[in-house]
Design a protein around this ligand. Structure first.
Ligand code: UGA
Length: 435
């Protein structure tokens, strides 16, 4: 099948490369000409495991191409996916002006039946507006359908998630649109849920907000564990053994970040508000997420006494491992607060430093974890990269001014670090401080 994917960001590129891998002919369109130039030279603008190889392979085999010419791409494609960003406006609503412009351009370029699919995360009713925009701008006799096919990819494992999804949601208004989308995903073995467009749009917001709720819930339970002397990992394990609860997304830490969960949570609160419902539960989810970062800083403060002029080694900057994405990473708030308190920051991240350098001022970026630790007053872990789990702690102890670790992701066994002579402060275990 011939497809166009509008928007060559995380979602668009992964979706395009995976559809090409399934045998479809994919044109990836973006209005950023530098990005398209780079992609034509096979320079992938993001780090996502496996994506580089997948794009190169499918480009060489002639199934994926890159252009800024959306109208030309629409002429050659039966299905057009809209996968452009919907950044938050100041009031938390998603900015949909980009979607409207794309819908307008598609309408003007269509010469024959086209299926236009929303892939970006958009508020309920966007499908109706896309349909309206195309209807009033298209040539008279051209038929079309609009559908919603939300993506559930996680950064860092997006290709695996695309190829082996828990479900494929098809929000459609016609049998024809359903048939085309079923054929498109034909080679993927997954449950398909067919819904109306509004429900498909809502499934995405409701799912991401529920994941955020799960994380805030476990973080709140972690606090009670700290105060009561319980261990959050044992509690999460016990809860997760109940199939109705499930163990996934019950890892306590410094809170959720990234471009999806925080933004979609805000958008869902605003959407509900606009519809006349005050979704107070989700407001609490947000509050708890902020508390996690503040509480982590409080723990650092209470062990260092004064933060001013202390050197802090920060391991991990990306919002989660296996990505170079820094958007809404908890590290941003935490480092900036520590800097405001007068700390000197020495930071290291395996993949995100090039992006972090554009965000932080006055941070010393280091070659590796050991360089960061060298002569620092303490070590803080903000992202659970695998390489941090394999650190040489005897070496770390020699390098640090004092053997003090604050672990915002609970990646170490407290007894082991204690045995090595560290003071280890983590989340949700006993008093939160193991000496
Ligand atoms: C999220 C959803 O998981 C995807 O299903 C969805 O498609 C995507 O948003 C999207 O809307 O595009 P992603 O933002 O890549 O995916 O990251 P997650 O794996 O969901 O992690 C989000 C944040 O939650 C990270 O900061 C992570 O560290 C944190 N987290 C996750 C926890 O603190 N605890 C957990 O148990 C799980």
């Amino acid at each position: 099948m011939n497809l166009t994917i509008v928007g060559a960001g995380y979602v668009g590129l992964v979706t395009g490369a995976c559809f090409a891998q399934l045998g479809h002919n994919v044109i990836c369109v973006d209005n950023d000409s530098d990005k398209i130039k780079a992609l034509k030279k096979l320079k992938i603008p993001i780090y996502e495991p496996g994506l580089d190889d997948l794009v190169k392979k499918n480009f060489r085999e002639g199934r994926i191409s890159f252009t800024t010419d959306i109208a030309g791409a629409v002429k050659k494609s039966l299905v057009i996916f809209i996968a452009i960003g919907t950044p938050p406006k100041e009031n938390g609503e998603a900015d949909l002006t980009g979607i409207e412009k794309v819908a307008f351009t598609i309408a003007r370029a269509m010469t024959d039946y086209r299926l236009i699919v929303e892939k970006s995360t958009v508020p309920v009713e966007t499908g109706r507006w896309v349909k309206h925009t195309i209807e009033i701008n298209k040539k008279k006799k051209v038929g079309f359908d609009v559908a919603s096919n939300p993506e559930f990819l996680r950064e860092g494992r997006a290709i695996r998630d695309f190829m082996h999804p828990d479900r494929i949601v098809l929000g459609v208004e016609s049998k024809k649109a359903e048939g085309i989308l079923r054929e498109l995903y034909g080679r993927i073995d997954a449950s398909v849920l067919v819904t109306d467009i509004r429900s498909a749009e809502l499934i995405k917001h409701a799912s991401n907000s529920f994941l955020a709720l799960k994380i805030s819930y476990i973080n709140a339970v972690a606090k009670v564990c700290e105060l009561s002397g319980a261990d959050i990992e044992q509690v999460a394990e016990g809860m997760g053994m109940d199939k109705r609860v499930g163990r996934a997304f019950l890892d306590a830490g410094i809170g959720f970040g990234g471009f999806c969960l925080p933004k979609d949570l805000d958008a869902f609160i605003t959407i509900s508000q606009k519809l006349g419902y005050d979704f107070g539960l989700l407001k609490e989810v947000k509050k708890t997420n902020e508390f996690q970062k503040d509480d982590f800083i409080r723990k650092i403060e209470s062990s260092l006494w004064n933060i001013k002029d202390k050197t802090i080694a920060v391991l991990g900057l990306a919002f989660k491992p296996d990505t170079d994405d820094m958007r809404f990473a908890p590290s941003i708030d935490i480092i900036q607060v520590l800097q405001r308190h007068g700390a000197v920051i020495r930071a290291y991240d395996p993949k995100a430093m090039h992006k972090a350098k554009k965000i932080f001022k006055g941070v010393k970026f280091c070659r590796d974890a050991y360089e960061a630790a060298s002569s620092s007053d303490c070590l803080i872990i903000l992202t659970e990269w695998q390489e941090f789990k394999e650190l040489d702690f005897k070496k770390m102890k020699r390098l640090l001014k004092q053997p003090l670790i604050f672990d915002g992701r609970n990646i170490f066994a407290p007894e082991v670090l204690k045995g090595l002579g560290f003071k280890y402060v983590c989340i949700g275990k006993g008093a939160g401080i193991k000496e």
